[in-house]
Design a protein around this ligand. Structure first.
Ligand code: HEC
Length: 140
């Protein structure tokens, strides 16, 4: 009688130990368990929401294009208005674009008249002119 109950207790213990072992193994093998590394945000990565202080600000260039009335005479595709459409203007290079803006009468685009205001060079700071040119370079 004593022996028998001891046997039952022992086998119960053995089964319990086995179940506990199985549970442990399952827990570590579960890919969704707590051992899965949680992705962390890399705080050393540069914050892209801040505009880079040195580079031109294309968004500011676009707002100048609208705010200064360029868009009243120039389309951003190849269609003509008072002035030529500016799609692909980037192919002329930054210096040529700059000259067209600050000294429009120096070179008159064929098929157009000398109607572009000559005042933009005085109205735009250097950095704003850079922003505007960077924006024009995006047109195609
Ligand atoms: C009153 C109309 C008018 C406004 C406003 C105007 N332009 Fe023009 N633009 C012209 C005309 C007309 C020409 C073509 C004659 C010439 O070359 O000057 C021209 C030429 C240009 C060219 C040369 C295009 C080419 O194909 O070579 C560029 C670049 C340009 N404009 C940019 C601008 C920008 C940037 C602004 C705003 C800051 C602006 N323009 C405002 C009328 C205008």
């Amino acid at each position: 009688m004593f022996k028998r109950s001891k046997l039952i207790v022992l086998s119960a213990l053995a089964i319990f130990t086995l179940l506990a072992l199985v549970a442990c193994v399952e827990a570590t093998e579960n890919p969704f368990g707590t051992t899965t590394p949680v992705p962390t945000t890399d705080s050393s990565a540069p914050d892209t929401s801040e505009p880079v202080a040195s580079g031109p600000d294309i968004a500011n260039g676009e707002s100048k294009f609208k705010g200064l009335g360029c868009s009243g005479c120039h389309r951003t595709d190849s269609g003509k208005l008072v002035g030529p459409g500016l799609a692909g203007i980037g192919a002329q290079g930054d210096d040529a674009i700059r000259a067209s803006i600050i000294d429009p009468s120096a070179v008159i685009t064929e098929g157009f008249n000398d109607l572009m205001p000559k005042t933009f060079g005085d109205m735009l700071k250097d950095s704003e002119l850079d922003d505007l040119i960077a924006y024009l370079n995006t047109l195609n």
